[in-house]
Ligand binder design. Structure first.
Ligand code: ADP
Ligand code: ZN
Ligand code: ZN
Length: 761
C-alpha cells in the first residue's frame, strides 16, 4: 500500500519548486492518484496550501515522525487533467524545468471565452449557377471569392476555420458572398441545391494490401492489449496518411479518441481537407494562428467528447481527451517536435510517456525516420512497418549528382551546373515546373574550400568548426582576424588564408541568397516566371501558403526557396528539383549535420515527379563523395542509417549515447563563464564518484565552451556538454546542478538544460 506521496506546492517560487513528502491519511489511501489536487499544511504555522500529488510512495522519503499529513483531497480535477499533471511532473524530471513551467505547458492558463458555434460554409447555388458565378469572379479577378467557390464546388461544404485559416478568405468576403446568396452559413440545414461533390477518385481510398496489413496488425495488437509503439517507414507518397485515417477510424469504432501530430509547416489545406472529409465535424485543428481562447475552446470540446480527433503541432499532445486511444506522429524526424523553451521536451518521448499513462498506442511515420526511432525499431522496442511503393502513380525520380568543384575548374562560375541549366531549359520549353532548393542552414560561420571541398573539423569532436568573426578566448584580447571555433569543446584555430588541403584561395562561404538566384535565372531564361520563398518573402502569416498555392496554380515556372520541403502539397507539374548546394547543411557544427542533409535531400527529391511525368533531381555539391549525399542520391535509407550509426557509436553521440547540454547565460561574460565552470565541476565530481560498471563508458564532461552564437542581445552564453549512455545518469547530473544552484543566494547566471539537443547553439 502506498502510504506516502510526493506533492508539489502550487506557489510560483523557485525555492519551493520541488516535491515535498507527505503522509497519506488512511481514508485517502488507495484513493489518491498522481495528478490529484490536495490540501496540505505547509511552512511555518502550517497554513493550508493547494498542491499536486506527483508520485505515490511505499517507503517514506525521510523519517516518518517528521512528516506531515495531507489534509484533504480536492475532486475538482478531471481524469484527463490528472494525467496531464502527472505528465508535467515527468517532464520536469526528465527535461529540467520548474514545475510551474511544466504545468503551464500542459495546462495553459484558463481563459473565459464565449463558446463559439461550429460553423460550416456551404454552397447556396445549384451547380450550374455556381459554375457561372465562378466564371464571373474569375473574370473580375476576385480571387478569394473564386478560390472559395471553386473549393465548394468540389467539396459541397467546408468548415469555417479551414476556409479562414487555410484558404485565406476573410470573414468579410464570406459575409459578402452570403449576402449575395452564393453561400450559406451555419447550415445545419442542408444546402439548398446540393451539388454532388466531384468524386476526385473517391474520398475513401481502398487500401492497398500493404496498407491494409499495417492497419490490421496495429488494430489487432491494440485489441489484444499490446501497446508497443509502431514506426511506419514509407517514402513520401507511399500512403502513410491513408493508413493513419484507417487507424483513427478504428479508434473511433472502439469509442476512443486520437491525437495527430503534424509539423506546423505541413498543416496545409490539402492535408487538413483529407481529415475533414473523413471525420467531418468530429475533427478539429490546433495551430499557432488560433488565439489562446480558440485553443481553449478546442480543448474543452475534446474534453466534453464533441470531437474524436485533434490535429496539430506538438502542443496538440496536451489535448484532454477522456479516453485517448492513439497518438500519431507524422514526420516523426522533424526537429520542430523538440521544444525550444523550457521544458525542452521532445514530443515523441513525451507522447510515449502520455500513451503509457493513458494506455494508448503511439504510431510514428516518416520517409526518413530519425536515427533514434529507427535504432529503437531495430532493437525491437518499436514495431517496424515499411511501405515501399508510391500509390498515386509516379516513379521515384532519376537523381544526378553534380560536382561543383569540377564546374569551377571547367570555368563555370555561375551557381548552376551545366546539367541543371540544361534541365531547367527543357522544363521551361515543355511548360513544366521546377523547384530550386537553396540549403541555407549552417550558412552562418560556415567556411569551406570551393576548389576541393575541404572543410575544417575539430580534431577532438569531429564536427566542423564555425567561424567567429569576433571571438574572444576567455581572458584573451579581441582577435581581429577570424577564428574557427568548435562550440562543443572550445577548441580554436585561426581562419586559414589558403586551403590547407589544396592551397587554393577559394576558401570562403556560399553567399548567394534566393534573390541572386532568381536574378541569375532571369539572365539565363528571360521568359521564366520565378517565385521566391524564404525568410524575406514569408514575413507575414499566410505568405508561405500564398506562395505555395500560386505555384500550385502554375502562376510561376520556377520556385526558388530555402524551406520548401513541404508535405501535404502535391505539385504534379513539377518534374525537376534542383538542390543548389547540398553540403551547406553538412558544414553545420553539429553532430546531426549528416542526418539533416540526408533528410533534406531525400525529402526534396520526393517532391519531383508526383504526377504522371517522371521526375528528375539534380544535386549540386562540393563533396559528391560524402556518404549522406551518396545514400540520398541512391534513396538508400538503410545504408545511410548503418554508416551514420557507426559514427555516432564511435563518438558517443545520440542515439548511441545521450547528451545533456547545459546553457548558462548572463549579461556579464565573467558570470556566464564562472557559472559554466561550476556546472562542469559539479558534473565532474559526480562522474568521479561513479563506480565503473563493466564496458559502459562513464560520464564524459566536455567544456565549458562559448556557445556557437556567443552573444545574443548582449547576453553571453556558455555551454557544458555531458554524455552518458544511461539517460538517468544525466538526470542525476541535472538534479545535482539544480540542487547546488538552489543553495546559492543569487545564482550567477540563467541556466537551461537541453537533453539530446536537436539544434546547435
Ligand atoms: P504519405 O502520407 O506517405 O506521403 P499519402 O497517404 O499522402 O502518402 O498518399 C500519397 C498519395 O497516394 C495521395 O494522393 C493519396 O490519395 C494516394 N493514395 C494513398 N493510398 C492510396 C490507395 N490505397 N489507393 C490509391 N491511392 C492512394
Ligand atoms: Zn582546397
Ligand atoms: Zn571540439
Amino acid at each position: 500500500m502506498n502510504r506516502f506521496a510526493n506533492v508539489i506546492v502550487d506557489i510560483s517560487h523557485e525555492k519551493v519548486d520541488r516535491p515535498f513528502g507527505y503522509k497519506i491519511p488512511p481514508a485517502l489511501q488507495g484513493v489518491l492518484q498522481p495528478g490529484m489536487r490536495v490540501q496540505i499544511p505547509f511552512g511555518k504555522g502550517d497554513r493550508l496550501r493547494t498542491g499536486y500529488v506527483i508520485e505515490l510512495l511505499e517507503v517514506a522519503p525521510f523519517p516518518e515522525e517528521r512528516m506531515k499529513e495531507i489534509a484533504s483531497a480536492l475532486t475538482d480535477v478531471s481524469q484527463p487533467q490528472q494525467r496531464l499533471i502527472a505528465l508535467a511532473a515527468w517532464m520536469k524530471e526528465q527535461y529540467g524545468s520548474t514545475m510551474i513551467a511544466a504545468l503551464r505547458t500542459v495546462l495553459p492558463a484558463r481563459q473565459r471565452v464565449a463558446h463559439k458555434e461550429k460553423r460550416r460554409i456551404a454552397l447556396g447555388l445549384c451547380g450550374q449557377e455556381a459554375e457561372e458565378r465562378l466564371l464571373f469572379y474569375e473574370k473580375k479577378h476576385q480571387t478569394a471569392r473564386a478560390r472559395l467557390l471553386r473549393e465548394l464546388l468540389q467539396e459541397g461544404e467546408l468548415p469555417w476555420e479551414l476556409v479562414v485559416h487555410k484558404l485565406h478568405v476573410t470573414a468579410q468576403t464570406i459575409r459578402g458572398m452570403q449576402k449575395d446568396g452564393v453561400i450559406c452559413l451555419n447550415s445545419e440545414r442542408l444546402y439548398r441545391n446540393p451539388v454532388k461533390p466531384t468524386e476526385g477518385g473517391g474520398y475513401r481510398k481502398e487500401l492497398s494490401a500493404a496498407q491494409q496489413f499495417i492497419a490490421d496488425r496495429i488494430l489487432e495488437d491494440f485489441d489484444e492489449g499490446r501497446r508497443k509503439p509502431c514506426l511506419i517507414h514509407g517514402i513520401t507518397g507511399s500512403g502513410k496518411t491513408e493508413v493513419y485515417l484507417a487507424l483513427i477510424e478504428g479508434m473511433i469504432k472502439r469509442g476512443k479518441q486520437a491525437i495527430v501530430l503534424i509539423p506546423e509547416i505541413a498543416l496545409t489545406y490539402q492535408t487538413l481537407l483529407r481529415f475533414y472529409r473523413h471525420f467531418k465535424d468530429r475533427v478539429s485543428v490546433i495551430n499557432s494562428t488560433l488565439s489562446q481562447g480558440e485553443k481553449q475552446d478546442q480543448r474543452e470540446r475534446a474534453y466534453k467528447g464533441e470531437i474524436d480527433v485533434i490535429i496539430g503541432p506538438r502542443s496538440a499532445l496536451f489535448t484532454p481527451f477522456p479516453d485517448l486511444g492513439m497518438i500519431i506522429i507524422d514526420e516523426e524526424h522533424e526537429n520542430s517536435y523538440k521544444s525550444e523553451t523550457m521544458p525542452k521536451y521532445h514530443a515523441r518521448e513525451t507522447a510515449l510517456e502520455l500513451a503509457r499513462l493513458c494506455g494508448a498506442v503511439v504510431v510514428m511515420g516518416s520517409a526518413t525516420p530519425s536515427l533514434e526511432s529507427y535504432d529503437r525499431a531495430k532493437k525491437g522496442e518499436f514495431s517496424l512497418y515499411t511501405l515501399r511503393e508510391r500509390l498515386a502513380g509516379g516513379q521515384l525520380p532519376q537523381v544526378y549528382v553534380e560536382d561543383l568543384r569540377r564546374e569551377l575548374r571547367g570555368g563555370n562560375r555561375t551557381i548552376f551546373s551545366k546539367r541543371l541549366q540544361e534541365k531547367l531549359g527543357e522544363r521551361l520549353e515543355r511548360g513544366e515546373q521546377a523547384m530550386l532548393f537553396l540549403n541555407r542552414r549552417g550558412y552562418a560561420g560556415f567556411v569551406s574550400c570551393r576548389f576541393c571541398g575541404y572543410v575544417c573539423k575539430c580534431p577532438h569532436c569531429s564536427v566542423s568548426l564555425s567561424e567567429h568573426r569576433k571571438m574572444r578566448a576567455p581572458g584573451a584580447k579581441y582577435q581581429e582576424n577570424g577564428l574557427l571555433v568548435c562550440h562543443y569543446c572550445g577548441y580554436t584555430q585561426p581562419l586559414p588564408q589558403v586551403c590547407p588541403h589544396c592551397g587554393s584561395r577559394y576558401i570562403l562561404g556560399f553567399r548567394a541568397g534566393t534573390q541572386q538566384i532568381a536574378e541569375q535565372i532571369g539572365r539565363l531564361f528571360p521568359a521564366a516566371r520565378v517565385l521566391r520563398m524564404d525568410a524575406d518573402t514569408t514575413r507575414t502569416k499566410d505568405s508561405y501558403e500564398k506562395i505555395l498555392s500560386a505555384f500550385a496554380n502554375r502562376e510561376a515556372d520556377v520556385l526558388v526557396g530555402t524551406q520548401m520541403i513541404v508535405k501535404g502539397h502535391d505539385f504534379p507539374n513539377v518534374t525537376l528539383v534542383g538542390i543548389l548546394a547540398a553540403d551547406l547543411s553538412l558544414s553545420l557544427g553539429d553532430y546531426r549535420a549528416a542526418e539533416r542533409t540526408f533528410q533534406l535531400l531525400t525529402q526534396a527529391a520526393g517532391r519531383a515527379g508526383r504526377g504522371e511525368r517522371p521526375g528528375e533531381v539534380v544535386i549540386q555539391t562540393y563533396q559528391p563523395e560524402h556518404y549522406s549525399i551518396r545514400y540520398a542520391a541512391a534513396q538508400d535509407y538503410e545504408g545511410f542509417f548503418e554508416e551514420e550509426m557507426t559514427y555516432r557509436r564511435l563518438l558517443s553521440y545520440p542515439p548511441a549515447s545521450h547528451i545533456l547540454a547545459v546553457q548558462l547565460s548572463a549579461e556579464k561574460e565573467q558570470e556566464a563563464m564562472e557559472a559554466a565552470g561550476d556546472v562542469a565541476r559539479t558534473a565532474r565530481e559526480l562522474a568521479a564518484q561513479e563506480t565503473p560498471t563493466g564496458p559502459l563508458p562513464q560520464t564524459v564532461v566536455i567544456g565549458p565552451a562559448p556557445a556557437l552564437i556567443e552573444k545574443i542581445n548582449d547576453v553571453y552564453r556558455y555551454g557544458v556538454y555531458i554524455k552518458n549512455r544511461d539517460y538517468r545518469k544525466l538526470v542525476a547530473v541535472k538534479n545535482a546542478v539544480e540542487k547546488e544552484r538552489a543553495g546559492q543566494e543569487r545564482p550567477k547566471a540563467n541556466c537551461q538544460f537541453d537533453f539530446d539537443p536537436v539544434s546547435a547553439y
